[in-house]
Design a protein around this ligand. Structure first.
Ligand code: F0G
Length: 477
């Protein structure tokens, strides 16, 4: 590079650092917790996750200063040039949208966010959409979309000098919590349903030092136990009922918009389990619209597994205002095997605000979609594939708001393929059934799932001629 070019780059970089310093994003803004229903406000330093009057969930609300969208977009891009964790992290880069931290030393980060975003040709052809994009949140440091929210919740726990944090989990929350709490030198306490957690996730909680308590019962029971015992022993609950989790998770919205050069997609599709993800998308979109970054809202589309779809059942029932949990949720997509999602009210609010949609998909549909995502060369865990499966369903069956094949749609993949390798191997060896037992590894129970896009391994003796033939045959096929 010529000297003059190097000098001008250095000068731009230096000016950038000056701008970053001037807008450091750490402020003394008023922060409060607000009940989503009665709007009663509480101090943000209270370790509560529900309104003390009516038990409803809480939002974190701020007294925001005036935000200039163009200035802010430039600043967010510029921060990537910095080497400081708080500037590079895909959560804290957007800290102006979550000004609850007063100084950078409180931040607990593993450089989360800034995840892969790409146009998905094969998955697009599969569902019938020309402009399908995939946002892969499984590329986060612990391999799932939980990391951005967990960075925020553990930072808030750090703000409050917590010594321990607790969660119930279907696996990914516990992996993320264990990692972040470990970094913050807090004790992570994990309560999980025995035998229902994919090994990739369980191995993380163990390796990251969590006190891992397995119960004979399902996720919903584990969640109830967490809610009951946490206040009694003074530890902080960091499930997505924690409103600071939602704060971290909402930064996926500016990240997606940046990756689309601030062109607003028509639809964003997410799997639905405990429903924190959909709630956080709604909060991020709502705030960016209020500040004038965007004029329209993409439709939030939630996809649930058919055997575990209480929100779907609610909106399609004769009494759509009455929420009824599913008592014995069933799905091989263990991450979303949840019958009584804690954030259902926030998720419904998001669906209504964005004129969104909810659908449900079968085990076969999830397995097919997961194999297609694999063909994109990245792959995902089973629950993530519901995004693609749900889109296909909507395209084929229609809704009362038809989807145009020219729509721009972003499907979010929530977890890494390596989280649950058993499922993938059983599928490709044609042994997956809808009652596969994770713990006993008995695969012959239940209804067989067809391996429509199977790529099974080939067993041969150590015979070079046979191996050569196999390769040449495949090349010619
Ligand atoms: N996808 C994956 C891979 C998940 O781990 C989860 C939730 C979801 C989707 C659903 O997201 O709960 O925000 O609607 N997993 C939680 C856990 C419940 O404990 O790891 P949600």
């Amino acid at each position: 590079m010529k000297d003059s070019k190097i000098n001008s780059f250095v000068s731009i970089k230096n000016q950038g650092q000056e701008v970053i310093k001037a807008n450091n994003g750490f402020s003394d803004n008023q922060v409060a917790l607000e009940c989503i229903y009665c709007k009663k406000r509480y101090s943000s330093s209270k370790a509560i996750n529900r309104c003390l009057d009516d038990g409803r969930t809480l939002d974190v609300v701020y007294d925001f200063p005036k935000i200039d969208p163009e200035e802010m977009k430039a600043l967010w891009s510029l921060r990537r040039l910095s080497n400081k964790t708080e500037d590079r992290s895909g959560v804290w880069r957007f800290r102006d949208l979550m000004p609850f931290v007063k100084k950078p030393s409180k931040i607990i980060s593993l450089n989360e966010g800034n995840t892969l975003f790409f146009r998905a040709k094969k998955a697009g052809d599969f569902v019938g959409l020309k402009n399908l994009y995939i946002k892969h949140q499984g590329m986060n440091p612990t391999g799932s979309f939980k990391d951005p929210g967990m960075s925020a919740a553990i930072t808030q726990a750090n703000n409050m000098n917590m010594k321990a944090v607790v969660c119930a989990s279907t696996g990914n929350t516990s992996a993320a919590m264990a990692a972040y709490a470990n970094r913050a030198e807090m004790l992570p306490v994990v309560i999980i349903p025995e035998g229902q957690i994919a090994y990739g996730k369980l191995s993380q909680a163990l390796d990251y030092g969590a006190l891992t308590i397995q119960i004979k019962g399902d996720f919903d029971l584990a969640m109830q136990i967490v809610i009951d015992i946490a206040p009694e022993i003074g530890i902080y609950v960091v499930n997505s009922i924690n409103p600071f989790r939602i704060e971290g998770q909402k930064t996926i919205v500016p990240e997606i918009l940046e990756q689309l050069d601030w062109n607003v997609p028509d639809r964003i599709v997410v799997p639905g389990g405990n429903l924190g993800h959909a709630s956080s998308l709604a909060k991020g979109l709502r705030e960016l619209k209020t500040f004038g970054f965007i004029k329209k809202l993409p439709r939030i589309t939630i996809v649930q597994a058919a055997g575990s779809g209480p929100l779907y059942n609610m909106v399609t029932s004769e009494h759509p205002d009455f929420f009824e949990p599913v008592l014995h949720p069933k799905t091989l997509a263990t991450a979303i095997k949840i019958g009584n999602p804690i954030s259902h009210e926030k998720a419904i609010r998001g669906i209504k605000e964005t004129d969104g949609w909810i659908t449900k998909v079968t085990e076969q549909e999830i397995a097919d979609a997961k194999a297609i995502v694999g063909q994109e060369g990245i792959g995902c865990e089973p629950a993530s594939a519901t995004s693609i499966a749900g889109l296909k369903k909507i395209m084929e069956q229609g809704t009362d708001r038809p989807v145009d094949p020219d729509e721009t749609v972003v499907a979010i993949l929530t977890g890494n393929i390596l989280k649950d390798p058993d499922y993938t191997v059983l599928y490709h060896t044609d042994r997956l059934s809808d009652e596969y037992d994770l713990q006993t590894k008995i695969e012959s129970k239940g209804k067989k799932i067809k391996s429509r896009f199977m790529n099974s391994p080939v067993l041969v003796g150590p015979d070079p001629q046979k191996i050569k033939k196999l390769i040449l045959d495949r090349l010619q096929a």
